[in-house]
Design a protein around this ligand. Sequence first.
Ligand code: PGA
Length: 249
Amino acid sequence: MRKPVIAANWKMYKTPAQAQEFLQAFLPLVANHKRDEILLFPSYVDLSVAIAATKGSNVSVGAQNMHYAEEGAYTGEISPSMIKALGATHVLLGHSERREYFGETDEIINKKLHAALHHGLTPVLCMGETLEERDAGKTEEVLLRHCQEALKGVVPHAAESFIIAYEPIWAIGTGKTATPEIAGLAHFHIRTQVAHLLGRQTADRIRILYGGSVKPENACALLNQPEVDGALVGGASLDPQSFAKIVKY
Ligand code: PGA
């Protein structure tokens, strides 16, 4: 059985004080919740506050990105060991906003994936197609390419712990959600590819989350799809009540 994961991606929102305020309201709302793993991806500057506030709770904290190098002359970047030293356990990799606005390629994401695994950080690897690719019937091909490129050189046992997030780009922040059937089918394609690349056992263990306009109103239908193992939530995770409702779908 795959334990579902409900993750919040705060993107470039919230100061440390606002992160603290969120957690004061949110943690009591989910304190006894055991069915799902709960993850929070705040901005780098909020990591310390979030890690301190969630200590001993059922919420884990990760970074939204990182560099793949150990250290070096990379102004403005953050290394895996810096994130690890703060006490973060997870890292989001390859979010479509990183790919689109910051030029991240599958090759870079693959390097980051190896660095995360090397440092014992659990990667949440994001992938998904654009509207043009979907309309051209290329969704399966795009997901195959993301899997092949991002997972290059990864060994099956290292991959079992990690998480994939299917985030169709046309559904992110647009209010347009994939139907449960569209999400279920895309997850099935991803799992099939992972089985092909890393074996059936690994594919059966990897959690695949859906992301793209998940809200309290649509969470239940999406999360009840057998292939959907959780959600990566942007906008609707910024409010403690709304995110708690999604956690408790
Ligand atoms: P959204 O973002 O829920 O606001 O669509 C999801 C994401 O980008 O992870």
